[in-house]
Ligand binder design. Structure first.
Ligand code: 6PG
Length: 478
């Protein structure tokens, strides 16, 4: 029996994707560096569909119909290169190598170019939804040549999550586009989680609401405009009591947030693209600060707080909800701005409505909001910024008074709200008529003759700061 797709790398994500493919009627050839994992999968789940057991990459390749489709599910980085190196000599022109890990999009671009030189297709696929998503239907973001999508698209669409019957899988664009979009998804995921954390901290430290009671608040919020997977599971985590101590679970977990890298990559890429992704950046920095336990212990003893006493508004919980919602919108706006910048930089025709549409189900950031975001980009009049889409301009306007109250209360109480406040600063920066960037330009011109433009005439100018301060037309020579 020849298999329609091969999967190499059978850790949880690989195993679950292989099972998902088999459950959807595809014959799946299995390969893992150690045969034990392959056998364990067959032992436990072999009856879920048609699997072909293979012991070597050569066997895997030989078991597949042509053009071959091979899904690599190994750890991102060097292991992917190592599998590609072993695999490619065994393949024929037209075969398709698929990387379903969280690979860096630049690596995907490089690998795609190398394999294209050998007449092989390389498809970098962003997969979101965690272990359960991989098994039951993830959100899938495939990049690579349009032609390769004809071979892998139908399969991926079939195993993907469905939003009202629509597959959450679309061809994203050439080379690294799929992994880029997955990376930005993760950046938004970081910001989403951080704003939830800030809301939790404000409600606990500001309003004294205990986790169990907050679980109910988050559940209520999940029934409204904030409805999303992350808000739903926040209610679950906050409602959980630790078995050993009887304390709220959140109180027995060390408050150092881990990170595997995709959030950091998002911010590095945003910096390179010149896209102001401040909320996402603050969420990455918040995890970094949380992990500086030694410094935090010393700072708790030494740094003064001088917190003020603040009377909380009666509807503080609702204010926090609105601040969370507004900050969340900003994170999406910033993520989407990055996608626009990347499309121009890398020559991708990213369709923002389609990207929003495939984040509506299956992935970690799935949210009701994404349906409206999709609609905002679906028409001809695409907004220059998500916040400028009429529906969102109005929605955020309704949240602004509460947002300002919450940020100022947080500042007075000494509760750090890096993403709430950075997002508000972004919002104000965007809407402000004059920014102090004019002064920055003046300073740059004084110390470095970097020149400036004038508001009243075309051209580039320099003031002779060290001489008579006359103005000359000039070019920045530094
Ligand atoms: C997803 C998740 C997934 C993974 C993150 C975790 O979309 O399914 O984003 O890819 O859970 O990479 O990232 P951190 O360990 O950096 O939080």
């Amino acid at each position: 029996m020849s298999a329609q797709i091969g999967v190499t790398g059978l850790a949880v994500m690989g195993a679950n994707l292989a099972r998902n493919l088999a459950r959807n009627g595809y014959t799946v050839a299995l390969h893992n560096r150690s045969i034990e994992k392959t056998d364990a999968l067959l032992e436990e789940h072999g009856d879920e569909g048609d699997f072909v057991r293979t012991e070597t990459l050569q066997e895997l390749v030989d078991s597949l119909e042509k053009p071959r489709r091979i899904l690599i599910m190994v750890k991102a980085g060097a292991p992917v290169d190592s599998v590609i190196e072993q695999l490619t000599p065994l393949l024929d022109p037209g075969d398709i190598v698929i990387d379903g890990g969280n690979s860096h999009f630049e690596h995907t671009r490089r690998r795609e170019a190398t394999l294209a030189g050998q007449d092989l297709h390389f498809v970098g696929v962003g997969v979101s939804g965690g272990e359960e998503g991989a098994l039951l239907g993830p959100s899938i973001m495939p990049g690579g040549s349009r032609e390769s999508y004809d071979w892998v698209g139908p399969m991926l669409e079939k195993i993907s999550a469905k939003y009202h019957g629509e597959p959450c899988c679309r061809w994203i664009g050439t080379d690294g586009a799929g992994h880029f979009v997955k990376m930005v998804h993760n950046g938004i995921e970081y910001a989403d989680m951080q704003v939830i954390g800030e809301a939790f901290d404000l409600l606990r430290s500001g309003a004294g609401i205990e986790p169990q009671d907050q679980a109910r608040i988050f559940s209520d919020w999940n029934a409204g405009t904030l409805s999303s997977y992350l808000i739903e599971i926040t209610a679950e985590v906050l409602g959980h009591t630790d078995d050993r101590t009887g304390k709220p679970f959140v109180d027995v977990v060390v408050d150092s947030a881990g990170q595997k890298g995709t959030g950091r990559w998002t911010v590095v890429s945003a910096l390179e693209l010149g896209s102001p992704t401040s909320g996402i950046a603050e969420s990455v920095f918040a995890r970094a600060l949380s992990s500086q336990q030694d410094q935090r212990v010393l700072a708790q003893e030494s740094l003064a707080g001088h917190e003020a006493t603040v009377e909380l508004p009666e509807n503080f919980v609702e204010d926090v909800r609105l601040a969370l919602y507004a900050s969340k919108l900003v994170s999406y706006a910033q993520g989407i701005d990055m996608l626009t910048a990347a499309a121009a930089e890398y020559g991708w025709e990213l369709k923002l409505d389609e990207i929003a549409s495939l984040w509506r189900a299956g992935c970690i950031i799935r949210a009701e909001l994404l349906d409206d975001i999709m609609k905002a980009y679906a028409g001809k009049d695409r907004p220059a910024n998500l916040l400028l889409a009429p529906a969102f301009t109005e929605a955020i306007a309704g949240a602004v008074p509460a947002w300002r109250r919450v940020v100022s209360i947080a500042v007075q109480l000494g509760i750090p709200v890096p993403v709430f406040s950075a997002s508000l600063a972004y919002y104000d920066g965007l809407r402000r008529e004059r920014l102090p960037a004019a002064l920055t330009q003046g300073l740059r011109d004084l110390f470095g003759a970097h020149t400036y433009n004038r508001v009243d005439t075309e051209g580039t100018f320099h003031t002779m700061w060290g001489a008579d301060r006359s103005e000359v037309e000039g070019v920045d020579t530094h």
